[in-house]
Structures are given as C-alpha cells and as structure tokens.
Design a protein around this ligand. Structure first.
Ligand code: TPP
Ligand code: MG
Length: 322
C-alpha cells in the first residue's frame, strides 16, 4: 500500500516525536525526576510510527516493557504520558503505572507490561473479542526477539491462525534480550519464518524505515479487517542505548553499534519520505521545531504537576466490580 503525501509527513513526524520525547526522558531521568527505571525506545521509533500509521483510532495496541513509543504513536496525549513517567497525578494512569505500565485506554492502548511475552495472550483475547463483536477493530501486539522464545509465542500464533483473528504480530528484533544476543538463542536470523509453521503470512522489513514498516502494516491491517486473519511482521531494528537506563550496553561490539548508527531510524525515515516527495528538507526543519515545542510543553506540564496525595494510595488501583 503506497503512502499518501499526508501519511508520509505523519510517519516522519511521529518517528521524530518519539525520538525527541525519549531524549527528554533520558535527560529527566538523569536529573532523578523519573522514579524506577525506563526502557527507552530510542532507535526503534520507526517501528511504532510505521505500524500506528496503518491503524484507526478504534484499533488496539498491546505494548511491552519498552512501551513509550507505542503509546505516543497510537495517539496518546504526550503531556499525560510524560506526567505518568514522573509519577504525577495528571499522568495517564494517575501516576500509578509509571514507565512499564504506561497506558492510555482512550487512545486504544490495552496496556504495557513488564512480564516478557505476557502481552500476546492479551492480544489474542482482544482480537477474539473484536471478532465476536464484529466491531471491525484490529489488534496489534508488539513484542521483542526475546519474547519470541517464550511459549506464549507459539500458543498465541497458533490460536490466532486457527481462529483467523484480526491481529498483527509485530516482532521488534533489536538483536538483544537484555545482554543476550539473539543469535545465541535462536536458530534462524529471521524470526518471522517461525510463522510458516502456523500458516501465518509473514514478512521481514527494515524497522528503521517507518515508510517500509507502514506499507507492511497497511497490508496486514487490510488482511485482518477483511476477516483473513493474522500477519507476522518482523522489524529489524536496534536500540541506541542499553537495555534499560541502568545498562551501559557494553556487551555490544563497537562496529555493530557504529553500523546501526549509520542506519538511524529518524535519518532513514526522513530520507524515505524525501525520496517519495512527501516532504522537503525545509519542511522537515519546521516539523522539528513544532515537535520540539510539543515535547518542551509536555515536560513543563509534567514537572509542574502535583504528585498524588497519600490519601489516594489505594484509589484507581482496582476497577469496581458491579
Ligand atoms: C517472563 C519474564 N522473564 C524475564 C524477564 C526479564 N526481562 C526483562 S526484559 C527482558 C528481555 C526482553 O527482550 P526482548 O523481548 O527482545 O525485548 P527488548 O528488551 O529487546 O525490547 C528480560 C529477559 C521478564 N521481565 N519477564
Ligand atoms: Mg530484543
């Protein structure tokens, strides 16, 4: 599916929005303004931007422990996302979710989770629900190369295939699960090939090019919406930093890091958008100014927001059963 000019601008803008958001999170974390830890999406921005570009507002996204980018790409409010990371009352989860449980249900985010591969069964349930309700909604489940070695991967791909569920399985293959290189734990370089065993159409794309990701996601979205079941999209990408904010990532060979820096997601996506005449260099500069302003305002809003009161400790933690 070819991207329109408007879509091309959106793909670049969202890739950059995630990049500048995450760079600010890095800074704020360094100043001790964000508690716990954060698993930054730096380097993988084009995956979320490309996939979300193929979705509608009513569709759903299931995220991971590396979820900031997924939430922002799906259209969540950036101010509420930033406030959530700081544990503020104005956060999307009233400051009680933080980085690893950042969610904006109203934007179509089912949730983020610190339990690796636990999002896959949730996506199966959501897709089954969408199908039974004939809602026309589709579900995207993001997960990493490491998660693809968990048992839920096989179980969930199998169920989604036999039930022809409207789900897109997006593998973000950033080559590492914490410090474990994928090549030491997986016998194939293309994880997507495993989908053949479940009779699921699958494709491998450059995860650092939001346009390429979008084209694959748009095809998968049509397949799901037409009742033809799931697709597996493997996005080859690389995280720019260590696993979490506490990991300097020293286990990665210098030449490998250098090679991936040359394929940087923001630069690659911009190049792809310029080549398709979606944007000029000058327009791209203007986009950067706007995005920088949006991130500045989100950080200001979050910094100035209050923390929850002690009396709110147990509110909004469980939902009420009627
Ligand atoms: C069930 C489970 N096992 C182990 C962990 C510890 N852990 C946290 S992130 C992670 C690596 C996940 O790798 P991958 O799925 O490739 O995602 P990435 O961090 O590369 O985005 C591990 C093993 C966990 N959180 N949950
Ligand atoms: Mg990984």
């Amino acid at each position: 599916m070819t991207a329109t000019k408007k879509k091309l601008v959106e793909l670049y803008t969202n890739t950059l929005r995630i990049r500048l958001f995450e760079e600010r999170v890095w800074d704020l974390f360094s100043q001790n303004l964000i508690p716990g830890t954060v698993h930054l999406y730096l380097g993988q921005e084009a995956v979320a931007a490309g996939v979300a570009g193929a979705l509608e507002k009513k569709d759903w996204v299931q995220s991971t422990h590396r979820g900031h980018g997924h939430v922002i790409a799906k259209g969540a409010d950036m101010k509420a996302a930033m406030a959530e990371l700081m544990g503020k009352r104005t956060g999307s989860n009233k400051g009680k979710g933080g980085s690893m449980h950042i969610t904006q249900f109203s934007a179509g985010v089912l949730g983020a989770t610190g339990v690796v591969a636990s999002g896959l069964p949730i996506a199966v349930g959501a897709a089954l629900s969408a199908k039974m309700r004939r809602s026309g909604e589709i579900v995207v489940c993001f997960f990493g190369d490491g998660a693809s070695n968990n048992g839920t991967f096989g179980e969930c791909l199998n169920m989604s295939s036999i039930w022809k569920l409207p789900v897109i399985w997006v593998i973000e293959n950033n080559l590492y699960a914490m410090g474990t290189p994928i090549k030491t734990v997986c016998p194939t370089t293309d994880i997507a090939r495993r989908a053949d065993g479940y009779c699921i159409p699958n494709v491998v794309v450059n995860g650092n090019d939001a346009v390429e990701v979008y084209e694959a996601a748009a095809e998968a979205a049509s397949r799901a919406r037409e009742g033809n079941g799931p697709t597996v999209i493997e996005c080859k990408t690389y995280r720019l930093k260590g696993h979490s904010r506490f990991d300097p990532g020293k286990y990665r060979p210098e030449d490998e890091v250098k090679a991936w820096l040359e394929r940087d997601a923001v630069a690659t996506t911009l190049q792809a958008v310029i080549e398709r005449k979606g944007i000029t260099k000058l327009q791209a500069d203007a986009v950067r100014v706007d995005v920088q302003k949006e991130v500045d305002e989100a950080a200001k809003y979050a910094l100035e927001s209050p923390y929850p009161d002690l009396g709110e400790t147990f509110t909004s933690v469980y939902t009420e059963v009627r």
